[in-house]
Design a protein around this ligand. Structure first.
Ligand SMILES: Nc1ncnc2c1ncn2[C@@H]1O[C@H](COP(=O)(O)OP(=O)(O)OP(=O)(O)O)[C@@H](O)[C@H]1O
Ligand SMILES: [Mg+2]
Length: 307
């Protein structure tokens, strides 16, 4: 059974003439991590909120774990767990209260709720702050409380809308490990993120949304192939003739003092020799998801960044 199946899903907010989400058909396989990528305002949260039964579609349909998210919202809610974007914990409640109370609300008995609360607070390194009111915790710790609440619950489908925003690199890895554990137990996940490394590490399937429509979908491997060249070479800008570089492929100014040439493996040798001869530092790497994202939705031609 599909975890999520949307057909021509469309949302037009009241008073708005353009659709925030337009004709989006997405299939999320169960026991997989499906990631939505897109620029600010692309429509990711709008999709998540409709799938999580928090927002009504204007047109189209969406079913979650076999239930219609509009007509059978009650059934859907019992099977899902959500980390909302910009959620806030309650000021006076501690991490322990948040997770433990939430588990009880979701119907766990006291003993199991206690075990699960301990387990997730350990995993996310919140145990030492378990009794500190949320108002006295840092921004990242507050975010971790929301993630802990969602991950502690026994549900079939997890919605994570930018779960690691504001988290330090170690904490992010703890959340990634917890997400992978969730999947290993057979759970499904819909993730949104602006961190391309996070998307590369976690995703089984990715959809890139731009201005409300899906512009690309596939595995990381599929998406990498969207850029015709498979290799990128970054070379210090100093005194390099851009037109000459362009004969090797497309050239982008990274804005960090280097030019990025998208090219083929066959050019690596020539381009490295050229850089070495001029004593310019350079790096060679495969095309990343970040490159594909900018290529698809970066609008570089009009933004003037393309060198
Ligand atoms: N409650 C609302 N009322 C009216 N318009 C809204 C509302 N919520 C979102 N929008 C609009 O819908 C569009 C999509 O917003 P959405 O929050 O889905 O984007 P997003 O992809 O999640 O962006 P971000 O990466 O910044 O979180 C935007 O143009 C936004 O202004
Ligand atoms: Mg959003």
């Amino acid at each position: 059974m599909l975890a999520i199946d949307s057909e021509r899903l469309t949302k037009r907010y009241k008073g708005s003439s353009i659709a925030a989400l337009n004709d989006v058909s997405i299939k999320v396989e169960s026991a997989r991590i499906f990631t939505l990528l897109g620029r600010n305002g692309a429509g990711k949260t709008t999709f998540v909120r409709m799938a999580a039964t928090q927002l009504m579609p204007t047109f189209g349909s969406i079913s979650v774990l076999g239930y219609d998210a509009v007509r059978q919202a009650k059934q859907v809610r019992q099977l899902i767990s959500v980390v909302p974007q910009e959620g806030r914990p309650l000021r006076a409640l501690t991490p322990w209260d948040h997770v433990y109370n939430w588990l009880q609300i979701r119907g766990e008995d006291k003993k199991i709720a206690k075990e699960k609360t301990e387990d997730i607070l350990q995993k996310l390194e919140l145990m030492q702050f378990r009794d500190r009111p949320a108002m006295n915790l840092s921004g990242g710790m507050k975010q971790k409380i929301l993630v802990a609440m969602a991950l502690a619950v026994d549900a079939k489908l997890l919605f994570l809308d930018e779960p690691t925003i504001g988290l330090d690199p170690v904490s992010r890895r703890q959340v990634w490990a917890a997400i992978k554990d969730w999947k290993a137990k057979g759970g499904s996940i819909l993730l949104t993120t602006h961190y391309m490394d996070e998307a590369e590490i976690l995703s089984d399937q990715i959809a890139i949304i731009d201005k409300g429509s899906v512009v690309a979908e596939g595995t990381i491997h599929d998406l990498r192939k969207i850029i015709p060249q498979n290799t990128r070479i970054d070379v210090a800008k100093d005194g390099l003739d851009i037109d000459m570089l362009k004969s090797y492929g497309s050239v982008v100014d990274t804005g960090a003092g280097t030019l990025r040439v998208f090219t083929f493996e066959s050019s690596i040798r020539e381009l490295s020799e050229l850089a070495l001869k001029r004593n310019l530092p350079f790096t060679v790497s495969p095309v990343t998801l970040d490159d594909v994202f900018v290529y698809l939705v970066g609008n570089l031609e009009s933004g003037g960044q393309r060198a």
